[in-house]
Design a protein around this ligand. Sequence first.
Ligand code: MG
Length: 352
Amino acid sequence: MQHQTKTAVVRKMGKFTLTYEPYFLQLNHVFTVASGSRSTTPVVLTSLSYEGLSGYGEASMPFYLGESHESVTAFLNKVDLAPFADPFQTEKILRYIDSVDQANTAAKASLDIALHDLLGKLTGQPWYKLWGYDPADTPDTSFTIGIDTADIIRKKVAEATPYKLIKVKLGLDNDREIINTIREVTDTPICVDINQGWKNRDQALEMAHWLSEKGVVFIEQPMPKESIDDNAWLTERSPIPTIADEAVQRLPDVEKARGVYSGINIKLMKCTGLREAHRMIELARAFDLKVMLGCMTETSCAVSAAAQLAPAVDWADLDGALLIGNDRFRGMWIENGKIMLPADPGIGVQPI
Ligand code: MG
């Protein structure tokens, strides 16, 4: 993997100037999930300027999503905003960006976030206000602990003391051992992310009951996303909610979660950004689905953008910026485990 600094691209397009810079986030801990381990995450930092104001955005690309510095840069190279005279033509602009190529959801999110930040700055308001949310309604964030040895898990749980919800990645063959290790150290509620790691529905149901007794509050993506019947079977019987993550990426997937999971996990990098995330929340509510808001490993830029939606969700896993050592922004923060939103306009971030 390459770690040298790459230079920013600056492109003037009509009244807009778009800047994008590949960057590597350094993780505080080597991070292990069911699909592999890593110690850095590539991101691309974007900014969109118009009439003297700049909005900030970000694409975060954990390797399992298939996007990279090269693919995001290639996508952004194809974008031309010159035909758009007014950034408030959001619908037209974001429909165009979505049409530039298929997939590339993180690259699209980097533009959506920058555009939302710019619009917020042009109106002088943060997005939680423009959407009509009360910032006091934000949930506590969970704090994620990767799969590791018992000693390291105990150390990580100790670091997680201010948090009211611990998220743990399960799905290998030592699920009970990990939960028991955490329970030696703390009674804090836990949520678990199986990352599709369970393959047998009877064993999954047995685990759901066992986890419920251990103070686990929900199970994220218990079985493979293709196993629709098994996930629906489990959801119907599980004593705790199931949340779709890998199975739900964009707006049309919300309807597919109905009757299969108790709720959905919305992430800006999966769904192309704030505009679609907001619509997914509305649609999920109409279908009586629970909503969780997640993130990738990201700087405070993308995490603060997601946090603007936090007052509207049941659970939030917005610890992405807490897990890195080289953040480039100041924005949302955590106080006694709760998500706090700055009053600054747009997505509420300042570059460091
Ligand atoms: Mg997940």
